[in-house]
Design a protein around this ligand. Structure first.
Ligand SMILES: NC(=O)c1ccc[n+]([C@@H]2O[C@H](COP(=O)([O-])OP(=O)(O)OC[C@H]3O[C@@H](n4cnc5c(N)ncnc54)[C@H](OP(=O)(O)O)[C@@H]3O)[C@@H](O)[C@H]2O)c1
Length: 94
């Protein structure tokens, strides 16, 4: 599969970085978005929880058409899997 332009949000580490590194050689242009640096040529520093961050990304994309937008940004909530918040406890509440 080959893409022209791909944007990966959350590309500094984790799932997003793995996806970006996999796809960078299969696209003409891969834009990597995150707050801290991503080891990808076209890294865009932006906080996507802020309007200014979204505007920064839109400006970087410019007139290019995105063929794929992969949104991997987010927070891995480890506390969601403690006994207090487990799915088993939640199911008892239903
Ligand atoms: N790992 C799993 O097994 C798993 C399973 C199910 C769902 N998920 C979900 O999938 C998502 C990614 O998981 P992950 O394990 O790859 O997480 P991760 O290693 O913490 O990576 C999160 C990525 O999101 C970016 N990010 C976070 N807030 C951002 C913001 N405000 N603006 C721009 N970029 C932002 C981070 O970059 P910066 O900090 O540099 O901005 C980072 O690149 C999370 O939402 C997680 O809850 C993960």
């Amino acid at each position: 599969m080959s893409f022209k332009t791909i944007l990966v949000a959350g590309a500094s580490r984790g799932i997003g970085l793995a996806v970006a590194e996999h796809l960078v050689s299969q696209s003409d242009r891969l834009l990597a978005v995150s707050r801290t640096a991503a080891p990808i040529d076209e890294w865009i520093q932006a906080d996507l929880s802020e309007l200014t961050g979204v505007e920064t990304v839109a400006k970087a994309v410019g007139d290019d058409r995105l063929d794929a937008l992969l949104y991997m940004g987010g927070t891995w909530e480890t506390h969601a899997f403690t006994n207090l918040h487990s799915l088993i406890v939640a199911s008892h509440l239903c």
